[in-house]
Design a protein around this ligand. Structure first.
Ligand SMILES: Nc1nc2c(ncn2[C@@H]2O[C@H](COP(=O)(O)OP(=O)(O)OP(=O)(O)O)[C@@H](O)[C@H]2O)c(=O)[nH]1
Length: 316
């Protein structure tokens, strides 16, 4: 006699779509200005992390997500590793870098092709044995004597047990696509963590402060110290029959000296106005909303040295 089938115990239902999926964390590390943000943005195909030619513009741990076929790549961008100054802000940045390289499936160690400076060595020291690391030799387009690259790669192999070398340019779309194929095999087989169309888990409020900060540095050039920051004071969404979505944002640009404040405001307020207009236009595109952006400039001297204040501005 066969037993009548009983009500089956609750069991996780295997999702057929998840079969063969790979998903994992990839940290992009390197000294300031080697092209980490440019690479991340090219990989996720949208401006997530801000870039500028001023060193040390990336301060937060930013994730970008990209799903290609059966593989989901979750990228962790890290701030440029600070070696020169020992302020509270720098200590907080270094902690973020250390956190990022410890718990990932793959590390992309980015350097400028053909170069290896003491600041690169400092970052290399952080790589943990046991976590595969690729050497991304970026800015290959700037290397005029390609023959110099092979001996340089041999030198690099002696410095660390890199699993692969990837000479490339973050500005070349073909190189960037090739990098996905190279990275895929390092991701563990497991179901996706995010929906395939998700690009970042950062909030719109965070994107707003990053966008204002990017315009701030773009329009002040090299004159403004990187300790200047942006704090979002208000971020309110209101329904609008006319525009669909409407967001009101108030932000404060915090600088260290009166002279910097004058620099940000510009002649008759022209520069601040341009920063505001460009940031607003970009945010409207990013968020698909009508944006009202109000900008203020405040002087808080010595904030980068004051740990409590660094925390209050959102850097852990
Ligand atoms: N020629 C060339 N320039 C590049 C390439 N990748 C990045 N750059 C430039 O290098 C500069 C620095 O790039 P970022 O992406 O801001 O560098 P980063 O490593 O994120 O810098 P931090 O935020 O300071 O840590 C920018 O001017 C980029 O346009 C590349 O492949 N070729």
């Amino acid at each position: 006699m066969t037993d009548a089938p009983e009500t089956p115990a609750a069991q996780p239902v295997p999702d057929p779509a998840a079969a063969g999926q790979r998903c994992g964390l990839i940290a992009i590390v390197g000294k300031p200005n080697v092209g980490k943000s440019t690479l991340l943005n090219a990989l996720v195909q949208q401006k997530i992390s801000i870039t500028s030619n001023k060193a040390q513009t990336t301060r937060h741990r930013i994730t970008g997500i990209r799903t290609v076929g059966k593989a989901q790549f979750v990228f962790v961008d890290t701030p440029g590793f600070q070696t020169r100054h020992n302020t509270a802000l720098n200590k907080s940045l270094n902690k973020t870098v250390l956190g990022a390289v410890g718990d990932v499936d793959l590390v992309l160690f980015v350097v400028e092709a053909g170069k290896f400076l003491p600041a690169d060595a400092k970052v290399l020291e952080l790589l943990k044995p046991g976590i595969p690391a690729l050497l991304v030799a970026n800015k290959l387009d700037e290397v005029h004597r390609r023959g110099d690259i092979a001996p340089w790669l041999q030198e690099m192999q002696k410095r660390h047990a890199f699993t692969e070398f990837v000479p490339m340019s973050a500005k070349n779309a073909k190189d960037v696509e090739r990098l996905f194929g190279i990275c895929e095999k390092y991701l563990p087989e497991q179901p996706f963590w995010y929906a395939p169309d998700e690009l970042t888990d950062r909030s719109e409020k965070f994107l707003a402060s990053e966008t204002v900060r990017e315009k701030l540095f773009r329009f002040t050039g090299d004159e403004l110290p990187y300790t200047s920051t942006v704090v979002i004071d208000k971020f309110e969404e209101e329904p609008s029959p006319k525009h669909g979505r409407m967001v009101k944002i108030a932000a404060t640009i915090v600088v260290e000296r009166d002279g910097h404040k004058a620099m940000v405001i510009g002649d008759k307020g022209e520069r601040l106005k341009r920063i505001g207009t460009e940031a607003r236009q970009e945010l409207e595109k990013l968020m698909g909303a009508k944006v009202f952006l109000e900008l203020w400039v405040k002087v808080r001297s010595g904030w980068a040295d004051d740990e409590a204040r660094v925390r209050s501005f959102g850097y852990e």
